[in-house]
Design a protein around this ligand. Sequence first.
Ligand code: DC
Length: 232
Amino acid sequence: MNSLMSKKYQVAVDGFSSCGKSTLAKQIAQLLGAVYIDSGAMYRAIALIALRNNCVEKDSVNKDCLKPLVENVKIEFQPSDNHLILNGEDVELEIRGKEVASHVSEVAKHGFVREKMVKMQQDYSLTNSVVMDGSDIGTHVFPNAEVKLFLTADPEVRAQRRFYELKEKGMEQPFEEVLENIKQRDEADQNREIAPLRKADDATIIDNSVMSREQQLEHALQIIYVKLGEAL
Ligand code: DC
């Protein structure tokens, strides 16, 4: 696997929300020595900008309000802890909150938002091997990625995990509400017009409903080593 060090490659980890994509993608990136990019966090950051600048009216986005903010946005990931830095400010905690979660799908469906995010995501890969998680990475951002994984799990299982995650962070929410938010996001992400959440034809499905994190990682690594071995 020495060749992994010299040639740049892309690993796409797509799938439904709250499926553990970021946990898996982070572990993979660390083991491979690649850069981890959380593309969902980028859309969350745009939702945060929209909310902070009152660009969200009821449930819809005022494009004239949001466009100039998106054009000039700077998004970086702090190497030490992967925190998202939005225009110089660490907003990691805020982008994980309830407000952002309930508006992010609406914000992420707009072409001008997606174009800008995709361009930034592709630019990150010019200088680094990347492991990127999201919903359109294998289909749109990196259609030629060496490895494409697609994660899925039962909505109830995902809601359970998200429920405990929020509780741990002191952001507790009723289980039913968490489940409803997950179902709504599945629906919105799969049905948005531009770059909907979809498995790429050449992606490998991992259903982790009954897998531990360790089992999932082991399974993913087996796939990755075969695919990268073939490609590099
Ligand atoms: O993975 P996540 O829950 O942090 O993603 C937040 C939202 O952003 C989710 O509703 C789907 C959307 N998203 C997207 O539209 N495109 C991506 N590449 C990643 C996430």
